[in-house]
Structure formats: structure tokens, C-alpha cells
Design a protein around this ligand. Structure first.
Ligand SMILES: Nc1ncnc2c1ncn2[C@@H]1O[C@H](COP(=O)(O)OP(=O)(O)OP(=O)(O)O)[C@@H](O)[C@H]1O
Length: 217
């Protein structure tokens, strides 16, 4: 289980997460909603071990990974798909490089990148194109493939489909559902789209609220 336990995080004097707890069980889809600015993306980054909370802990199977000095290896257990793919990729990379980068970094065979690209509907003529030469939907498909490259046990989708058309959204959700069904991975789906969350979540959608005592900025 991937868990945030009483996580607190501030940017400067502003507390964004105030003792927030959520847990994602293997095989489930936990939907997370909440008003703009309430800290959903911040929580996603904390759970993906990219941001260190000032209080509380992130636990993986009950063990507090965010406090571990060498937590980098645990990051491969948690995939993250960001809202804006253009901000999430190196503009110098080709589409194939985007997908293959985690495999290269961990010295794994690149065959999986070809398979994931095909599963996500990316044809080989797109492989050599750079981000500015593909659509948002094509780039987000590559980002989902990249997030799945190391076969994460948990996948966090942070507003993954906000700027995409309905058919690309449905395709990406379906591919992630295939991955979940075949691996038993847990998914945290963050969105403003409550209809999507109601459809996709396997249980009750969790709502994150603004911390009550945050000083004004
Ligand atoms: N690196 C940062 N430094 C300072 N403040 C930040 C930083 N990142 C986010 N914030 C602020 O923290 C608050 C929470 O941001 P966050 O992106 O986590 O919210 P969110 O719920 O995901 O919002 P949205 O639904 O609009 O994407 C916002 O007020 C934002 O301006």
C-alpha cells in the first residue's frame, strides 16, 4: 500500500498540506478531487517521492520511505503522469527517448519501449519527432508509456487528461486499466472531472480540502 500519513508541507510560510492522509491499495483506483490550489499536485509529488514533507511520512507497504536517506530506488515503484506533458519532458528528446529514458537510466532492454509505444497507439514514424512536432495527445501518450516503463506498482495520474479530447482520454484510461488488471498496480487518479473520477474509481472519491489556517499570501 502507498500511503501519505499525516503529511504536512509548506511553501514558505504557506501551509498547503496540513496533516493529510490518503492510501492507495494495490489493485484499486483512488479518485482524488478538490478545489483548485488545495494541494492535489503537491500531494502527488510528495507521494511520488519528489517532494519531501516537513511532517508525517510516505509509507510503502507500511515502511516510511520519505524518511529514508536513499529513497531513489523506491521512486521506480511509483510512476507519475503530469498534467502538462510539455512541461514534463526535455524538449530536446525525441518521442522514443521520452519513453525509453527510464529504461536507459536503469540499463534495461529498450524492447519494452517499443511495446508500450504500440500499446499506446504511437506509430513508429512518430518516434523521431520532438515534442514540438507532435500533438498534446501524442505527447501525453508517450508520457504515460514512460510512466509505465519500469512497471511501477503504483501510478499517479495528476490531471492526466485535462487538455485532451474525449477519445484520447478514454484511450489513456483504458490502457492504464489494462496495466492495472495485468499487474495489480494501484492508481491514484487526480482530476477536477468528477464524472471521470466516479467512473474510474473503484471506491469512494476522496476530496482534498484547503488547509483552514493557511496565512494569506
Ligand atoms: N513550488 C511552489 N512554490 C510555492 N508555491 C507553490 C509551489 N507549487 C505550488 N504552490 C502553491 O501551492 C498551492 C497548491 O498548489 P497545487 O498545484 O498543489 O494545487 P492543486 O490542487 O493541484 O491545484 P490545481 O487543481 O489548480 O492544479 C497553490 O496555492 C500554489 O500556488
Amino acid at each position: 500500500m502507498l500511503e501519505a500519513v499525516d503529511v504536512t508541507l509548506s511553501y514558505g510560510r504557506r501551509t498547503v498540506l496540513d496533516r493529510v492522509s490518503v492510501s492507495v491499495r494495490p489493485g484499486e483506483v483512488l479518485g482524488l478531487a478538490g478545489p483548485s490550489g488545495c494541494g492535489k499536485s503537491t500531494l502527488a509529488r510528495v507521494l511520488a517521492l519528489l517532494l519531501r514533507p516537513s511532517g508525517g511520512a510516505v509509507t510503502l507497504d507500511g515502511r516510511p520511505v520519505s524518511r529514508w536517506r536513499h529513497r531513489a530506488p523506491h521512486r521506480t515503484s511509483i510512476g507519475l503522469v503530469f498534467q502538462q506533458p510539455r512541461l514534463a519532458v526535455d524538449p530536446r528528446f525525441t518521442l522514443f527517448d521520452v519513453i525509453a529514458e527510464p529504461l536507459r537510466a536503469t540499463r534495461r532492454p529498450l524492447e519494452r519501449a517499443h511495446r508500450l509505444a504500440a500499446e499506446l497507439g504511437l506509430t513508429p514514424e512518430l518516434f523521431t519527432r520532438r515534442p514540438h512536432e507532435v500533438s498534446d495527445g501524442q505527447l501525453q501518450r508517450a508520457c504515460v508509456a514512460r510512466a509505465l516503463a519500469l512497471e511501477p506498482r503504483y501510478l499517479i495520474c495528476d490531471e492526466m487528461t485535462t487538455m485532451l479530447d474525449a477519445s484520447t482520454q478514454a484511450h489513456l484510461v483504458a490502457r492504464i486499466e489494462d496495466y492495472r488488471a495485468s499487474t495489480g498496480a494501484g492508481v491514484l487518479a487526480i482530476s477536477h472531472d468528477t464524472e471521470l473520477l466516479d467512473r474510474w474509481s473503484t471506491g469512494t472519491v476522496h476530496t482534498l480540502n484547503q488547509p483552514e489556517e493557511s496565512p494569506r499570501t
